[in-house]
Design a protein around this ligand. Structure first.
Ligand code: DGL
Length: 264
């Protein structure tokens, strides 16, 4: 069925990590109307159980689909995608694009054969990640590390609070201290919040490390799935929060084209 020209693309994350996906999407589809949903009342997902995350994500996306009739939903969150993508696809009849750890490109790029994977605690324990590792990085060493404070640090940074390199270095130290950690040359940023801290991560881990994340690939996939569709924005794009509205955040969201904010 042809989508209405004003039907939005809905991007969903637990917080504002999905902005890294939105910025890649803007490059490809500048005219696409977007609703960005941050489940700020549920943040952080990384510390929740699988059952809690699945129930929350499926419930919210069902409500959002009914209310906003998006042409496509992008779950711009590795934690939600690795746990709930299949389930959401089963129940919603619109295209759903997920965000999963970029292990495949990292395995193709590493020279030393050692890849670091930074994600949330919930993401790094998923069978989905085991599957990607077995499929694409069987002959590599994949060192997984949960870095929950990077989620909080990225949210702080967006709100204008200073984030020190020491704080970021503390959050990732456990990855480098694993056996073989000193040979990591490629790090998968398996949480959409982490590219917001790429400068700090580079300062903490060294200029020679290559960081890989999925935003570009996701934007390409969305462009492909919406090929031939018309886009027309009849009002400024909206940020929807499940927690209280934060008017002070609007200036930080403006460069991403989000000019209005409401509570869901
Ligand atoms: N942005 C999310 C991800 O990509 C997770 C952050 C969180 O809620 O813990 O995994």
């Amino acid at each position: 069925m042809q989508a209405e020209a004003t039907s939005p693309i809905l991007l969903f994350d637990s917080g504002f990590g999905g902005l890294t996906v939105l910025s890649a999407l803007r490059e490809r589809l500048p005219d696409a109307p977007v609703i960005y949903v941050a489940d700020t009342a549920g943040l952080p997902y990384g510390e929740k159980t699988e059952a809690e995350i699945a129930a929350r994500v499926a419930g919210l996306l069902g409500r959002l689909a009914e209310r906003y009739h998006p042409r496509l939903i992008c779950i711009a969150c590795n934690t939600a995608s690795t746990i709930a993508l299949g389930m959401v696809r089963d129940v919603l009849e619109i295209p759903i694009v997920g965000t999963v750890p970029a292990i495949k490109p990292a395995a193709a790029l590493t020279q030393t054969g050692t890849i670091g994977l930074l994600g949330t605690a919930a993401t790094i324990r998923q069978a989905y990640v085991d599957k990607l590792e077995a499929e694409f990085a069987k002959k590599k060493r994949l060192l997984r590390h949960a870095a929950p404070d990077l989620v909080a640090a990225a949210e702080d940074k967006l709100r204008g609070k200073p984030v020190s390199v020491d704080r970021v270095a503390d959050a990732v130290r456990g990855m480098v201290l694993q056996a073989g950690g000193d040979t990591i040359d490629t790090v998968v940023l398996a949480c959409t919040h982490f590219p917001l801290l790429e400068d700090e991560l580079r300062a903490a881990l060294g200029e020679d490390i290559r960081f890989i994340h999925g935003a570009e690939g996701i934007a390409r996939r969305i462009e492909h799935l919406t090929q031939g569709q018309e886009f027309r924005r009849d009002k400024p794009d909206l940020a929807l929060l499940t927690g209280p509205v934060e008017p002070n955040l609007l200036p930080a969201l403006e460069p991403y084209g989000l000019l209005r904010m409401e509570k869901l």
